[in-house]
Design a binder for this molecule. Structure first.
Ligand code: Q46
Ligand code: ZN
Length: 265
């Protein structure tokens, strides 16, 4: 089987298994994975709405946005842009930058998808990222964060919650890179200046090392984690945030708490 067929087959297996269809908001970060995901999704019969979240991180965010615009020009789409600054959040002033950034991205992706009447928001998370995230949580006894170890999570319109779709869930880092190269997809090679998460980089290397020794182990890990996620009877109730009305585990969602902290609510 040629590589393109193999790559598209992995995405199709997710689409078919979970019956993904309809309007999909595609979160572009400018990096190789989201660009690859977007490029591949254009070959399906979806209605795609690409968007970019400008995190306001110096030159890095500008460079990434240029690449996101470039791929949209190539594929004939208009890029929509959301600015974190408009919500009163300045990452340069945040102490735990990645944690604030992660909460904001999750929130804004969902909000964008919901407001644009999309069934899902698609992201570029691949198999290597998913496993690194899972092992990192295991290493910190953070079992609840297992939620998300699935390529598709259903939405809930009543809770203003769009579905989540990770088309590259069964594809490794190097496979995404190969797809990008084969299709001459432009992407931003710069790293976020706030990225300094050495332990997760080491974890990722360790996972890839295991894969070199035992081909297929990554896919098996992912399948096992997916089963555990399905079996976990985590009945943490999702409700609506009393301030913004979007999904929340508590009375007030994490994003509104952030905005409160930064004095915009
Ligand atoms: S979380 Fe942290 Fe990333 Fe946000 S602040 Fe940069 S490194 S971009 S995936
Ligand atoms: Zn809220």
């Amino acid at each position: 089987m040629n590589f393109e067929k193999y790559f598209m087959g992995k995405i199709r297996s997710v689409v078919d298994k979970y019956g993904v269809k309809g309007r999909i908001a595609v979160a572009l970060s400018g990096g190789k994975d989201s660009m690859a995901a977007f490029h591949a999704l254009t070959k399906f019969k979806f209605e795609l709405i690409p968007f970019y979240i400008d995190l306001g991180i110096e030159e890095y965010s500008k460079a990434c946005m240029e690449y996101a615009k470039k791929i949209c020009d190539i594929l004939g789409y208009k890029l929509q842009i959301i600015k974190l600054k408009d919500y009163g959040i300045d990452l340069s002033k945040a102490r735990k930058k990645c944690s604030v950034c992660g909460t904001a991205k999750r929130y804004l992706m969902n909000k964008f998808a919901f407001e644009h009447d999309c069934d899902y928001v698609a992201t570029g998370h691949n198999l290597s990222d998913a496993l690194t995230f899972a092992f990192n949580n295991l290493a910190s006894v953070n079992i609840l964060n297992f939620r998300g170890m699935k390529p598709v999570l259903p939405g809930n319109k009543d809770l203003k919650m769009a579905g989540r779709f990770k088309p590259l869930f069964y594809l490794k880092d190097d496979e995404c890179m190969e797809y990008v190269k084969m299709n001459e997809i432009p992407y931003c090679k710069e790293k976020c200046p706030y990225a300094r998460d050495a332990p997760t980089i080491e974890l990722k290397e360790w996972i890839h090392e295991m894969e070199r020794k035992r081909n297929g182990i990554m896919l098996n890990f992912a399948k096992s984690f997916e089963k555990i996620e399905e079996m976990m009877t985590r009945q943490q109730k999702i409700r609506q945030c009393s301030i913004c009305g979007y999904p929340s585990y508590g009375n007030i969602c994490k994003f509104c708490k952030l905005r409160r902290k930064y004095g915009k609510i």
